[in-house]
Design a protein around this ligand. Sequence first.
Ligand SMILES: C=C(O[C@@H]1C=C(C(=O)O)C=C[C@H]1O)C(=O)O
Length: 353
Amino acid sequence: MNLDELRKQIDSIDDKLLELLNERIKIVQKVGELKHKTGGAIYRPEREKAIIKRLSEQNNGPMTEAAIEAIFLEIFAVARNFEQPQKVAYLGPEGSFTHQAAENRFGAMSEYIPLHSISAVFKAVHAKRAKFAVVPIENNTNGFVGETLDELAKTDLKIVAELYMPIHHSFVTKAQKLHNIKRIYSKDIAFNQCRNFLMEHELDAIEYIPVESTSKAAKLASQDPESAAICSHIAAKLYQVPVMFENIEDNHKNKTRFIILSDFENLQSGDDKTSILARLFDRPGSLYEFLQSFHDANVNLKKIESRPAPEEEGFDYWFYIDFEGHKDDPNIQKLFKKHESEIKYLGSYVKNG
Ligand SMILES: C=C(O[C@@H]1C=C(C(=O)O)C=C[C@H]1O)C(=O)O
């Protein structure tokens, strides 16, 4: 078959796909009307997860599970906007890794509000200027993000989803040759994460200019042809600076975990994670006794991080804890009842890593 014939076949499949997508959206709109009457949440990650799982199980290829997920996450994100326009606040600026994480879940059609600090992102959702907040919570090289933990201690918003994103850095420049570059813009952390690359390319002797974000670095590099930036792919695209080298980070397993918060709670998906803050008395054995209850309830702990409670008197600590299961699981309900006065519930959400 020749190219024209093959393309004709593609066109006719696209016609059918479009018709089916329109039919799907019409039904989604009816779901939206029902939710509007009952006050139900528009974003239902546990339902989306179930759809992807069902499709992946019956899939005969050549589409992979990752391909199914990529396409359907965008379909869901578009669909939600037909139930109600979706506004998403995230830690900016535009082109940041958090922006990438937000677009992964909320797609091309949602409205995005970049904000300059994590606390501003929380505030925007409290003030109902946005429905969702997207912020980083931890990175496998740099640890927990303190400002996010502090905001979690104060907020009534709930974590409704998590996602892990590989953090890749690109070396971008308008210069034609490496030896024409006189300075490099980036964020402190990013310079650190790319040390080997900088040394190997003999770029360790030129000027490094740290700026507050990697996307600002890309912007500066777009205005200065004798410079380069270390930034994300999305920032390079945004400011139209050519990529000279990709994936220049020392640790290719560099990953950041992001959380999405909103003003509703998820139902059980069967494969959930729950996050809490536990405020424990400053006395011997209090953490041990608290964790013993998790063991007794057969709950698998995933993470624990201590944090001084800033507004409390004395030396009380908050412990941020992630564990497997959902708030409505009977064993976890029992555990919550037993430790009611010590626990601040932060949310149950589909486990993603
Ligand atoms: C249509 C719904 O609303 C949203 C859109 C979905 C979809 O496009 O299938 C799935 C879950 C929700 O995030 C629903 O809740 O079923």
